[in-house]
Design a protein around this ligand. Structure first.
Ligand code: F3S
Length: 285
């Protein structure tokens, strides 16, 4: 069996950095507890490993004891959360992805202007950036929201402002929204804040699909970018499967001649390597 990995797969820069910061914090903070505010990444294996090393996960600040070390995950948090942690004398380990940080700065700088932001209301990154934007922050979740804003906002039409987006928002959808709003708001500066990590993984996968008999997509079942990779694999390759780890590999994949491997942006290297190893060992029997 030949196994071909997608040229770009697995951890993105921001997630790798957050995991490394957590590992370092666990080594350095032996005296005080180390908390992650919300799950650090969408990957059970990595979360379990960090939990075994002593990291605790808190759903909200009230669960965190005074003086703890607190890791801010790659999605970032609103400034109010940082203030509350400071009041509790926590040591803040900021693992906000630099790309998210850049978006927070855009929102902060434009607090007095019109801020139109495309993203998912429930996503942690969006809540964080909204906190920096304040009362002028308008969230657009889809094309319909953009059309509603264009219809209802006569008073905002000539106001100076910015349009930008969640780092993982669909480029296609953003382009459509840009067209609708560009036609109505004459003083809206459009900034591209979509992270290339998702597209790079999608493009690498597309390149791989025609070269192999089946694609294995490795990553969390809840991970949005992994689910999107699986959709692409299913549409462009004869066989595709989405697994969280090697134990879920279906029997029929051991019979294939050429297998392609890709993985979501929160899948650690060790799980990808294990999948390749199991495929190699079982197919050579
Ligand atoms: Fe950062 Fe892009 Fe990953 S914004 S967390 S590098 S998907």
């Amino acid at each position: 069996m030949e196994i071909i990995k997608a040229e770009i797969l697995g951890y993105c820069f921001g997630v790798r950095r957050a995991v490394e910061k957590a590992e370092q914090a666990l080594v350095e903070n032996t005296e005080s507890p180390v908390y992650s505010l919300g799950p650090l990444i969408h990957n059970k294996t990595t979360l379990n490993r960090l939990t075994k090393s002593g990291m605790k996960t808190a759903e909200n600040i009230s669960e965190i004891p005074e003086g703890s070390a607190v890791i801010i995950r790659a999605h970032g948090v609103p400034p109010q959360v940082i203030s509350e942690l400071e009041e509790k004398k926590c040591r803040i380990i900021d693992a906000t992805c630099p790309r998210v940080k850049a978006s927070q700065k855009i929102a902060e700088k434009n607090r007095d202007n019109l801020i139109v932001f495309t993203g998912d209301a429930e996503h942690g990154e969006v809540k964080g950036i909204a906190g920096y934007g304040g009362k002028n922050f308008h969230l657009i979740q889809n094309l319909q929201d953009a059309e509603n804003l264009a219809d209802e906002s006569d008073d905002l039409r000539f106001q100076k402002g910015v349009l930008f987006s969640q780092t993982t928002f669909s480029e296609n959808e953003f382009d459509k929204i840009k067209k609708v709003l560009g036609g109505c708001f004459s003083n809206l500066e459009v900034l591209n804040t979509i992270c290339p990590a998702t597209k790079e993984r999608q493009d690498s996968l597309l390149e791989l699909c025609s070269k192999v008999d089946g694609i294995v997509v490795v990553g969390g079942k809840q991970s949005a970018n992994t689910i999107r990779l699986f959709q692409t694999a299913r549409e462009n390759c004869a066989k595709a499967v989405h697994i969280e780890n090697a134990s879920e590999l279906p029997e029929e994949f051991f019979e294939l001649d050429k297998i392609g491997i890709t993985a979501g942006a929160s899948t650690p290297d060790e799980i990808i390597n294990e999948v390749c190893e199991v495929l190699n060992v079982r197919s050579s029997r």
